[in-house]
Write a protein that binds this ligand. Structure first.
Ligand code: G3P
Ligand code: CA
Length: 252
C-alpha cells in the first residue's frame, strides 16, 4: 500500500524537491522559500522539523536558531511564542525581514495541496522527545498522508514514527560517513532511501531496485550531475536551485 502511494506520487517522473525550499534564493525553511520552489516549478519541497518546547512542529534546520534568525537558543527549549518573535529572513537578505519561523501546519496550509513535502525529522537521540507524534498528528490534521515522505538520519526516530503512523511512507537518510553505524544501530522499515548523491552509481541503483526502494538523493545543485543521476534512474532530486535542475532535466 505504501509502495502504491509512492507510485501514485511519482507516476514514473523524476521529482524535483526544493531543499529547505528554494534555499539558493530565499531564507531556508521559510514560507517564501517554499512558495518560490513552487513558482520555479518544483514538484515538492524538503524541510526540517523539531518539536518546540510546548509541542508544536516547527521548521528550522539547525538544533539552534542562531544561524538562521536574529535570536539564539535551542529550538526544542523554546516555545512557539518565543520562536515567533524571531526574524528568520533578514540574515539572508534585508528584503526578507519580517519572515517568521513557520510551523508544519502553516507549511501544509500554504503549499500542501500544490507541493509534495519531504518532512525530515531532526533528532540525535535514541529516546524520543515526542517529535514523531506531533509530526504524525499534523499530517493527519491536514490529510497529507499521501503527499508526504517522512525522513531522518536517525533510525530510532524512523522506528518511532513508523509505529505511530504506519500509513506514511518513510525515507531513510544516509550519508557516507554515517552509513555503517546507522545500519548497524537498528533495523527499520522504509520505502525510500535518501542517500547523499555521491553514494549513487549503477550498482547502487540496481540494488535499490531489487530491494524495491525509491531513491531520493541530495543535495544536487549541479545540472550535469542531475542529468547523470536522472539517467541512472533516481526517483527524486533534492536541490537548492529547483529552477536550473528542472531546466536541465527538461530535455534529459
Ligand atoms: O534531506 C536531505 C538533506 O536535507 C539532509 O541534510 O543537513 O541538509 O538536513 P541536511
Ligand atoms: Ca534536511
Amino acid at each position: 500500500m505504501l509502495q502504491q502511494s509512492l507510485q501514485n506520487m511519482y507516476q514514473g517522473r523524476t521529482l524535483v524537491f526544493g531543499h529547505r525550499g528554494a534555499m539558493a534564493y530565499a531564507p531556508m525553511n521559510t514560507i517564501p522559500a517554499f512558495e518560490l520552489a513552487f513558482e520555479q516549478g518544483a514538484h515538492g519541497i524538503e524541510l526540517d522539523v523539531h518539536r518546540s518546547k510546548d509541542g508544536y512542529p516547527v521548521i528550522v534546520h539547525d538544533f539552534t536558531v542562531d544561524a538562521t534568525s536574529d535570536g539564539s537558543g535551542t529550538v526544542t527549549e523554546m516555545t512557539l511564542a518565543q520562536l515567533k518573535e524571531l526574524d528568520a529572513g533578514s540574515w539572508f537578505d534585508e528584503k526578507f525581514r519580517g519572515t517568521r519561523i513557520a510551523t508544519l501546519d502553516e507549511v501544509f496550509e500554504a503549499v500542501g495541496q500544490k507541493l509534495f513535502v519531504n518532512v525530515e525529522i531532526k533528532s540525535m537521540t535514541a529516546e524520543t522527545d515526542g517529535v514523531e507524534q506531533v509530526v504524525a498528528d499534523c499530517i493527519v490534521r491536514h490529510m497529507m498522508q499521501t503527499r508526504v515522505i517522512v525522513s531522518s538520519f536517525n533510525p530510532y526516530t524512523l522506528k518511532h514514527f513508523r509505529k505511530i503512523a504506519p500509513d506514511v511512507p518513510i525515507g531513510y537518510l544516509l550519508e557516507p560517513e554515517l552509513q555503517k553505524t546507522q545500519i548497524l544501530m537498528t533495523k527499520i522499515d522504509h520505502e525510500a532511501r535518501h542517500p547523499y548523491h555521491n553514494m549513487i552509481d549503477e550498482k547502487y541503483m540496481a540494488w535499490a531496485q531489487d530491494e524495491g526502494y525509491f531513491v531520493n538523493t541530495w543535495t544536487v545543485n549541479d545540472p550535469e550531475r542531475a542529468k547523470a543521476l536522472h539517467a541512472l534512474g533516481v526517483h527524486g532530486i533534492i536541490t537548492n536551485n529547483p529552477d536550473t535542475i528542472l531546466e536541465a532535466l527538461q530535455n534529459a
